[in-house]
Design a protein around this ligand. Structure first.
Ligand SMILES: [Zn+2]
Length: 505
C-alpha cells in the first residue's frame, strides 16, 4: 500500500449488571459521532483516545478513516437490537474505509449487551474477519475491563490505562499509536501472553502497594524485547464468566521466554499489592474518620452510588447521615434529581421550598428526603473536566444549590459523577470553608480535588456500586474468586496466547 491508512472507531460503555439505569441508543446520543468511513474530522466533544489517535496519525501524514464513536455513562446491559446496530455500523464503516493498514478501537473492556457478555471481544473478532490476519489491530481499554481470550486472539495489541484515577489515557494512546505504527511498518513481530487473576476489588494507584506495583510494571515494560504490559483490575459489577483481574504482556516474538517470566513475576506482584491494598470503610467508619479529622475540608467518596459506575446518583444514605449527625458546614453533590432541579429553577434563587429530593430510582437509592430548602443558586451551564484534567467539557445539565439544615446540596439534571470541584464552586459554594464535602464518585474525584481536599475518606456506602463482593448477587461469576470464597488465595492462570502462526501466514 502506498499511503498508510488507519481506521479508527470507538464504542465505550462500562456495564454494571446490577444498575437500575437502562441502556439503549439514546444513552449514547450526546456522545455519538457517525464517521461513515469517511476521512476523519475533529468534533466538538471530547472523544478521548479516538480523537487523539486520529490527530497523531494526521500529524504524521497517515490518512485516517473514521468509524462510529459512541460513549455512554455506565449503566445496565445494552439492549440487543441497539448493540446489533452499533456493531453493524462500525463494520460498514470499516468496509467503506478499506484498504487500511492499521485499526484502532477505543473501548472499555467491561461492556455487556443483552445476549453478548463480551462486546469488545465480539467486535474485534468481527473486525479481524474483515481486515484479515495481516493488519495490526489495537484495542485500547480501561483498566476496569474484564479481559477475555477472544480479545487477545483477535487484537494485535490490547492496552489498558495503568492509573486509577485514569489520568494516563493521553500517555497510553500515544504508546498505542507508536506500537501500531511500528507493527504496520513491519518493524516488530508481537507475541502476547495473558493471565487471569481470580480476584475482585477496586484499587487506587495513587498510593500504597498499588502505586508501587504500577511503578514495577512500568519498569518491566521498558525491559528489552517488551512492547506493552497492562494490568486489568477488572470490573466487579459486571456479572460475567470473564469478570476478574488479569495481566497481559506483549513482547517481540523472540523474547517469549522473557515475556513468560516477566508476566509470572508481575502477576505475583499484582496479587500481593491487591491483597494489601486498603479497602473503603463502612458508613459509620467513614463518618467517624471524617469528623475526627481537622484538616478541612475532608472530602468523602459516596462510592456505592457513583454514577460513573452505573449508579443512579440519587441515593440519600449519606445525606441522611449528614443531617442526622447535624454536621455543619458540609456540602453534598451531585444528587441526580431532574424534577427537584426543575422546581428549584421555577422558584428561583432566594426562594424557600418544601421539597422532596433523591431516593427515586430504585430501592438502592434509599428513601426520598422531604426537606425545607432555600434555593441559593440555579445554573444551566456548569461543566466539569473529565478525570479532573483539561478543559471542562462535560455538562451537568440544569443544576441547583440548595441549603438544607446548614448543608449545601447540589442537585443536577444530568446523571454524572463528581470529577472535580466545579459543580460546587460554580454555584458559589466556598469549599475552603467546608468541614466535610461528600461527592458521588469512587476515585476519579481525587485528581480534581488535589490542592482542595485536606483529607480524603473512602466510604463503601449502600448502592449499586457496592464494593463488598459478598453483598453482590452474582449469577455468572466464575468461582472460586478472592475475596468471595473464604480460604481461597488467588493464583494466576494462563488466559490465552496470540497465535504466532497467523501473523507469519
Ligand atoms: Zn475505569
Amino acid at each position: 500500500m502506498s499511503t498508510p491508512r488507519a481506521f479508527v472507531a470507538g464504542l465505550v460503555h462500562e456495564t454494571n449488571s446490577f444498575s437500575p439505569i437502562p441502556t439503549n441508543l439514546q444513552s449514547f446520543a450526546a456522545e455519538t459521532v457517525h464517521g461513515a468511513g469517511a476521512p476523519y474530522r475533529p468534533v466538538a466533544i471530547d472523544t478521548m483516545g479516538y480523537g487523539q489517535f486520529a490527530t497523531l496519525c494526521q500529524a504524521q501524514g497517515i490518512e485516517v478513516r473514521a468509524g462510529l464513536y459512541a460513549l455512554a455513562a455506565p449503566s445496565a446491559p445494552l439492549q440487543a437490537r441497539d448493540h446489533a446496530a452499533f456493531r453493524a455500523e462500525i463494520l460498514d464503516d470499516l468496509r467503506r474505509a478499506l484498504p487500511v493498514d492499521r485499526v484502532f478501537l477505543f473501548m472499555h473492556g467491561a461492556q455487556i449487551a443483552q445476549g453478548c457478555d463480551d462486546v469488545e471481544g465480539d467486535l474485534v473478532e468481527a473486525v479481524r474477519a474483515v481486515v484479515g490476519p495481516q493488519v495490526p489491530i489495537a484495542l485500547e481499554l480501561d483498566l476496569h475491563g474484564n479481559l477475555t481470550a477472544r480479545m487477545i486472539e483477535n487484537a494485535t495489541f490490547v492496552v489498558a490505562c495503568l492509573e486509577y484515577p485514569h489520568t494516563d489515557y493521553p500517555e497510553r494512546t500515544q504508546h498505542v499509536y507508536t506500537l501500531l505504527d511500528r507493527a504496520a511498518r513491519g518493524e516488530i513481530r508481537p507475541l502476547t501472553l495473558a493471565w487471569r487473576i481470580p480476584l475482585l476489588g477496586i484499587f487506587r494507584t495513587t498510593e500504597g502497594p498499588m502505586q508501587a506495583f504500577v511503578e514495577t510494571l512500568r519498569r518491566a515494560q521498558a525491559e528489552p524485547g517488551m512492547l506493552t504490559i497492562s494490568a486489568f483490575h477488572g470490573f466487579p459489577l459486571g456479572d460475567t464468566v470473564h469478570t476478574s483481574a488479569s495481566l497481559i504482556v506483549t513482547a517481540e516474538r523472540d523474547h517469549a521466554a522473557d515475556a513468560q517470566a516477566i508476566g509470572e513475576r508481575l502477576s505475583g506482584a499484582f496479587i500481593d499489592a491487591a491483597l494489601r491494598a486498603p479497602r473503603p470503610g463502612s458508613v459509620d467508619e467513614a463518618f467517624d474518620e471524617a469528623l475526627a479529622c481537622d484538616r478541612w475540608p475532608v472530602v468523602m467518596a459516596d462510592s456505592g452510588d457513583n454514577p460513573g459506575g452505573g449508579c443512579a446518583g440519587d441515593s440519600t444514605w449519606l445525606l441522611q447521615e449528614l443531617l442526622q449527625r447535624r454536621v455543619e458546614r458540609a456540602a453534598f453533590g451531585m444528587l441526580w434529581d431532574p424534577v427537584a432541579v426543575d422546581f428549584a429553577h421555577r422558584a428561583g434563587a432566594g426562594a424557600q421550598l418544601r421539597l422532596r429530593i433523591g431516593g427515586k430510582v430504585s430501592e438502592m437509592s434509599g428513601p426520598p428526603l422531604d426537606v425545607d430548602a432555600e434555593v441559593m443558586c440555579v445554573r444551566s451551564d456548569v461543566r466539569q473536566a473529565r478525570f479532573g484534567q483539561g478543559e471542562p467539557m462535560d455538562p451537568i445539565g440544569r443544576s441547583a444549590w440548595l441549603r438544607v439544615q446548614g448543608v449545601d446540596v447540589v442537585l443536577a439534571s444530568e446523571r454524572t459523577q463528581v470529577w472535580e470541584p466545579r459543580c460546587f464552586t460554580e454555584h458559589g459554594i466556598d469549599l475552603s470553608a467546608s468541614r466535610l464535602v461528600v461527592v458521588k464518585s469512587s476515585t476519579h474525584f481525587v485528581n480534581g480535588f488535589k490542592g482542595v481536599a485536606g483529607h480524603v475518606v473512602f466510604c463503601d456506602s449502600p448502592g449499586s456500586l457496592c464494593l463488598d463482593p459478598r453483598r453482590i448477587p452474582y449469577r455468572q461469576l466464575r468461582r472460586p474468586i478472592y475475596p468471595l470464597d473464604t480460604g481461597f488465595m488467588p493464583m494466576a492462570t494462563p488466559l490465552g496466547q496470540f497465535d504466532p502462526r497467523r501473523a507469519d501466514s
